[in-house]
Design a protein around this ligand. Structure first.
Ligand SMILES: C[S@@+](CC[C@H](N)C(=O)[O-])C[C@H]1O[C@@H](n2cnc3c(N)ncnc32)[C@H](O)[C@@H]1O
Length: 311
C-alpha cells in the first residue's frame, strides 16, 4: 500500500512546482463546464475562458509527463471535440484511443436522447507509451484450445455503473468516478512503484486506486472540503474496488475437460478478479452452478476409476 500526496489548491498554481518529466501517468477528470456545483465557479466559465484554462493545465501536464508517459482526460459532450484539438493539434500529443464510458443509468430526458456516456481521450507524449495489455484483459466467451485464455483486449467501449449511494465508498462528491474504471487505466498505463498524477482529485478515486495498486499518487483539489473527504476515504479499510466491468465475471462456455476447467477456475480469479474479493465469491458460486453437472460427472468417473484400481 502506498500513501498518496495531496495538494489543496488550483492545479494551475501547483503543477508548476512539480519537476519536468517526473510523472508516468496523468488521470484527469476536470470540470466539464456544464454548471455543476463543486463549491466554486470552476464549472461555469465562459467558453473562451474554459478553453484557455484547458490549454494551460494540459501544457503543464505535458511538461511534467515522462517521455513514455500517458494522459487520460475525461470529458462530456460539450467540449470533447475541442479537447481533442487542444491535445493533438495545439499541444502535439500522440493519440492512442477514444474510450467511451457507458454508465447505463442516469437522468431520463423527455425531449432528446438521455445521455448515457462520457468520453475519455487517451494521449501520450511519445508514440510508444507503456501499455500493459496482460493486466487489463477480459475473459473469453468460449474455451477453445486456439484461444488465448489469458483473455481478450477490452476494447474502447467500457461499461461501469456509477457508484451507488448505498455503496461503502460513495461520498458526497457530485461526480465520483467508479474505482474499477480508474483501476483499468492505472493498470494499463503504469507499473508498480510508478508515479500517477490527478490534477482534479474530487472525491479521491485515483488516489484510492493508486494507494491499493502500489503506485505513488499526487492529487490536486481546489475545494478544501473535498480534500477532507479524500483524507478520510484513504483511511477506510479496503474490501475491494467498488465497481467492475461486468465482462470480468464472464465464465467461458465449453470448459469440458476437468483438468483445464479447474486450472481455469483458479486462473480466472487471479487474472480478472484480483482486486475484487466480493466478486470472487460470486464467481465461485456461478462457476459451480454453470458446471455442476459436468463436475458431478467428473467426480463419478473418478470414483469409478478409483474402485476399478482397488479391485
Ligand atoms: C469532475 S470532478 C473530479 C471527480 C473525481 N474524478 C472523482 O472520482 O471523484 C472535478 C474536480 O476538480 C476540482 N477543480 C476544479 N477546478 C480545479 C482547479 N483549477 N484545480 C484543482 N481542482 C479543481 C473540482 O472542485 C472537482 O472536485
Amino acid at each position: 500500500m502506498t500513501e498518496p500526496v495531496l495538494h489543496t489548491g488550483d492545479c494551475l498554481n501547483v503543477l508548476p512546482s512539480l519537476p519536468a518529466g517526473s510523472v508516468d501517468l496523468i488521470v484527469a477528470d476536470p470540470p466539464y463546464n456544464l454548471g455543476k456545483d463543486y463549491g466554486n465557479e470552476s464549472d461555469s466559465m465562459c467558453r473562451d475562458d474554459y478553453l484557455t484554462f484547458t490549454r494551460d493545465w494540459i501544457s503543464e501536464a505535458k511538461r511534467v509527463l515522462k517521455k513514455d508517459g500517458s494522459i487520460y482526460v475525461f470529458m462530456g459532450f460539450r467540449y470533447i471535440a475541442r479537447l481533442y484539438i487542444v491535445l493533438e493539434e495545439e499541444l502535439g500529443l500522440n493519440f492512442n484511443g477514444w474510450i467511451t464510458w457507458h454508465y447505463t443509468q442516469g437522468m431520463g430526458k423527455t425531449k432528446g436522447f438521455s445521455p448515457r456516456h462520457d468520453d475519455i481521450l487517451y494521449f501520450s507524449k511519445s508514440p510508444k507509451p507503456i501499455f500493459n495489455l496482460d493486466s487489463i484483459r477480459i475473459p473469453q466467451k468460449f474455451y477453445r484450445s486456439r484461444n488465448n485464455m489469458r483473455g481478450a483486449n477490452p476494447g474502447d467501449l467500457w461499461e461501469f455503473s456509477h457508484v451507488h449511494y448505498c455503496q461503502e465508498s460513495r461520498t458526497e462528491h457530485p461526480t465520483q468516478k467508479p474505482e474499477g474504471l480508474i483501476e483499468r487505466i492505472v493498470l494499463a498505463s503504469s507499473n508498480d512503484g510508478d508515479t500517477v498524477l490527478d490534477p482534479f482529485a474530487g472525491s479521491g478515486t485515483t488516489l484510492r486506486v493508486c494507494q491499493q495498486l502500489n503506485r505513488n499518487c499526487i492529487g490536486i483539489e481546489i475545494n478544501p472540503e473535498y480534500v477532507d473527504l479524500i483524507e478520510s476515504r484513504l483511511k477506510q479499510a479496503f474490501n475491494g474496488f467498488d465497481s467492475l466491468d461486468p465482462r470480468m465475471k464472464r465464465i467461458p462456455n465449453d470448459l469440458n475437460d476437468p483438468a483445464i476447467r479447474e486450472e481455469y477456475r483458479k486462473n480466472h480469479k487471479a487474472w480478472f478478479l484480483r482486486n475484487h474479493p466480493r466478486e470472487q465469491q460470486e464467481f465461485d458460486d456461478e462457476f459451480k452452478r454453470k458446471y455442476a453437472v459436468k463436475m458431478r460427472q467428473a467426480s463419478l468417473n473418478f470414483d469409478e476409476a478409483d474402485s476399478e484400481c482397488v479391485n
